[in-house]
Design a protein around this ligand. Structure first.
Ligand code: ZN
Length: 95
């Protein structure tokens, strides 16, 4: 996948790179693409029950505020669960 610059960021990549993003380890150019994807692709995060919290974090990451560590921890925990193959149960409250 790397090397094909014409490909937009895909959804699984967004999930993979959320860590990098939240740790502010993502290079600037990548960061913009990432934000764009999150802005334009609601289903991407909605299906993981992460939309609201990630949008909050993304705003904060690029603003002046520090990311609240509890919110960040919740989102990262959720990502771990998703990666471990734990599907979002129907009726699971959002973060
Ligand atoms: Zn997506």
């Amino acid at each position: 996948m790397s090397g094909d610059q014409s490909n937009p960021t895909d959804c699984s990549e967004v999930l993979d790179r959320l860590y990098e993003y939240l740790d502010r380890e993502m290079p600037d150019g990548e960061c913009e693409k990432f934000q764009e994807h999150i802005d334009e692709c609601s289903p991407c995060l909605e299906k993981y029950g992460l939309e609201q919290s990630v949008k909050k974090l993304v705003k904060r990451c690029c603003g002046q505020d520090d990311v609240p560590s509890d919110l960040r921890a919740k989102v990262l925990g959720r990502i771990d669960a998703i990666r471990a193959g734990d599907p979002l149960e129907p009726g699971t409250p959002g973060l």
